[in-house]
Design a protein around this ligand. Structure first.
Ligand code: MOS
Length: 731
């Protein structure tokens, strides 16, 4: 294929350390809650203590009279807020919009005071009376799945005739995004415009939605999010507390800081909804799938649209002439669910890859072999060729690295003293996404460069990857390249979500860099410049120097001298990338991978550990293998949490999430981390962009829970179909 290649590709594929690392470890990096503005007030929301019903009275008199209190905003006195007609927000209803309570913890008022403690005390003093009804926070159960999202052949008939059948139900619980950094907003209003320091994975969407809901033009809102203590999807779209902070700032004419508590995170800032998935697989005796049905229910809130698209990856994963994916919603009295790392495919592949393992058991076939036998040659879901798919190689290479050929298939057959080893495997996939992106690159007379783009770095390495792209084009060293992100005053960029940021910024960043470099070459070729009289097409940039392309690599004039000769301080260029929509019409573009998991089971003490994971990812070209590997390793550890620990419990009487703190909601930590061996195939996907990069933020979490429960089955003979695995399941 004839694709443009980098002039100086040296920086691509380098395992560079994070350029934002020094700012983070020295404390110079300011996160949202670090911003302290003169005259700033502290806001604390008042949360409903019922999950279903109506407010019948709200008495804020005592709270308002408390020391330091400036306002108590509630439905009775709240300044106007509007609905957003465009953009993304999961809880579309503006806060304090009516007297109906639809989930526990719904904000019913907000207090602003001089200090945090005063605001907290006053929030507790607001008296709210309710007419309560019994909430329903039960898992999805008997709802229908009438909506068909993918279909081919006749799955029901083929299943009925299949000699080998698997028909099982898998459930995943509510999981809550527990970023280390709490959601926060520091809102400032100057009488005309808002400046919102925000924990946002998408400052541009945040600005657009906030502007509409506040009733001003988007030029009147600036959103800043320079650093994030991760987000996992929980910070993709605005949440009601941001609006409360902004209206309080508007009403009071003072900056307002609102940091929600960990408990509020559990009810008012999204979660991955409970899913219930019925998988029906039919196969021939030699392990060829003939029918695959995936019908799922996604728990939903009372008003909102979000559904967990569990069937997203199902149609493309395996070759089968007959398939059906259907879905339904189960509305409950819970807050709005939202995207959580790998939305859809992560719970979906737990079910699919568990069912594949059950099919392998039924066939008495090696589960790797079963997957290899059902590898499709093209995307049978949409009929398109794959841009680049190397799942077979992920499985083979992973098996090799893991030592899979030594696996003894019998249950509990592999022992080490009094410990039983279980070995499990699962495939994974995540779709490639791109979003429209603008970028600007500036080259300075001191030989340094800067790239600006209103995307974000949520801890994943975006600052570094962007600097690498500029470096690749110009040969300017990474430590001379600054990157500006997370500010709506910069050229609009994509959300840090959907594993889309890197693939989105590649075209824009490279084009902007080339435009800036071209401007430098023109200066070099103009009268008085070092290459006066030469056609600027004969010049190129390398190692931060402008030179004649025909000259030796170390020849040329440093960029700074070129600019100085022209008497300019800097040159810049703009670049743009689109959503890749036209490419998606022609190709099925996705990443793939395989996880091999070892668990150790000690029956005498009922101790279960994930001891070892080998993961091979086909994610296109990996621009930075160090931050890239870190993404996958982090996802695997998160997968240990998904498989074994994470579960938001709701009290069926009050509707409250009861384990709404980090002591009771257990996430995997270092002590839970297995030995990790993560590698990349590193096949560039040049169809998707000229760097060949696809995206790796989410795929590592897909499939891992199934690989773990498949290993648990191998060790114990117990098939866990309801996450997380509980020790009592194994006894
Ligand atoms: Mo991801 S759930 O798109 O941040």
């Amino acid at each position: 294929m004839d694709h443009p290649r980098f002039v100086h590709p040296d920086a691509i594929g380098q395992p560079s350390t994070r350029i934002d690392g020094p700012a983070k470890v020295s404390g110079a990096a300011r996160y949202t809650a670090d911003f302290m503005l003169p005259g700033m007030l502290y806001a604390v929301p008042v949360c409903a203590t019922i999950a279903h019903g109506r407010i019948t009275g709200l008495d804020a008199e005592a709270a308002r009279a408390m020391p330091g209190v400036h306002a108590v905003l509630h439905r009775g006195n709240r300044p106007s807020l509007y609905r957003a007609a465009s953009g993304s927000i999961d809880e579309a209803r503006p806060p304090l919009d009516d007297d109906t309570i639809r989930y526990y913890g719904q904000y019913v008022a907000v207090v602003a005071a001089d200090t945090l403690e005063q605001a907290q005390a006053a929030a507790r003093a607001v008296r709210v009376s309710y007419e309560a009804q019994a909430p329903d926070v039960s898992p999805p159960a008997d709802e229908d799945t009438p909506n068909i999202e993918s279909q081919r052949g006749d799955a029901a008939t083929a299943y009925a005739q299949a000699p080998v059948q698997v028909d099982e139900v898998y459930t995943t619980p509510v999981e809550t995004h527990n970023s280390m950094e709490l959601h926060a907003c520091v809102a400032e209003y100057d009488g005309q415009s808002y400046t919102l320091y925000e924990t946002s994975q998408g400052v541009v969407n945040h600005r657009d939605v906030m502007a509409q809901m506040l009733g001003v033009g988007k030029e009147s809102v600036r959103v800043i999010s320079h650093y994030l203590g991760s987000g996992f999807g929980g910070k993709l779209w605005p949440w009601p507390h941001s609006l409360l902070a902004a209206v309080a700032a508007r009403q009071l004419g003072r900056p307002v800081k609102l940091v929600i508590s960990r408990a509020m995170t559990f009810h008012s800032a999204g979660h991955r909804p409970h899913t219930r998935q019925r998988m029906r697989l039919g196969a021939t005796r030699d392990g060829k799938l003939v029918s695959l049905r995936h019908h799922y229910l996604s728990q939903a809130s009372q008003l909102d649209k979000y559904r967990e698209r569990c069937g997203e990856a199902t149609p493309r994963m395996y070759s089968t002439p007959n398939l059906q994916v259907g879905w339904g919603l189960a509305r409950r009295h819970v807050g709005a669910p939202t995207s959580m790392r790998g939305p859809g495919a992560v719970p979906g592949m737990y079910a699919l890859e568990s069912a594949m393992d059950e099919l392998a058991v039924a066939l008495q076939m090696d589960p790797v072999e079963l997957r290899l036998r059902n590898e499709p040659e093209h995307d049978e879901g949409n009929g398109l060729p794959f841009s680049s798919r190397h799942l077979r190689e992920c499985l083979r290479q992973g098996a090799e690295r893991f030592g899979w050929q030594r696996r003894q298939p019998g249950l509990g057959a592999m022992r080490q003293g009094d410990t039983v080893l279980g070995w499990g495997v699962a495939s994974c996939s995540w779709l490639a996404l791109r979003m429209p992106t603008d970028a600007r690159v500036t080259l300075y007379a001191d030989g340094s460069a800067r790239l600006d783009c209103a995307t974000q770095d949520i801890g994943t390495g975006t600052y570094t990857v962007l600097a690498q792209l500029v470096s690749a084009e110009t040969g300017i060293a990474l430590d001379r390249i600054q990157v500006g992100l997370g500010d709506t005053q910069l050229p609009p960029g994509p959300v840090s979500g959907g594993s889309a940021a890197t693939a989105s910024v590649v075209p824009a960043a490279l084009q902007a860099t080339r435009e800036a470099a071209r401007a430098a070459r023109r200066l070099a070729a103009q009268p008085g410049g070092p290459y006066a009289g030469k056609p600027d097409q004969e010049l190129s940039m390398h190692a931060g120097r402008v030179r004649l392309s025909a000259d030796r690599a170390d020849a040329g004039v440093p960029l700074g001298r070129v600019l100085a000769a022209a008497g300019v301080a800097s040159v810049s260029g703009e670049g743009h990338g689109d959503s890749g929509g036209a490419l998606k019409q022609q190709y099925s573009i996705n990443s793939y991978g395989a996880h091999f998991v070892e668990v150790t089971w000690h029956p005498a003490t009922a101790r279960l550990r994930v001891s070892r994971v080998v993961t091979v990812i086909d994610g296109g070209r990996i621009i930075n293998p160090r931050t890239g590997r870190n993404q996958i390793e982090g996802a695997i550890v998160m997968g240990v949490g998904m498989a074994m620990l994470e579960h938001t419990h709701y009290d069926s009487r009050s509707g409250a999430p009861v384990n709404s703190n980090l002591a009771d909601y257990i996430v995997a930590t270092h002590a839970d981390a297995p030995r990790l061996d993560v590698s990349f195939l590193d096949y560039p996907d040049y169809i998707w962009n000229e760097a060949g990069a696809r995206g790796i933020g989410e795929i590592g979490l897909a499939g891992i829970a199934a690989a773990i429960t498949n290993a648990v089955y191998h060790a114990t003979g117990v098939r866990v179909r309801d996450l997380p695995v509980r020790i009592e399941d194994l006894l």
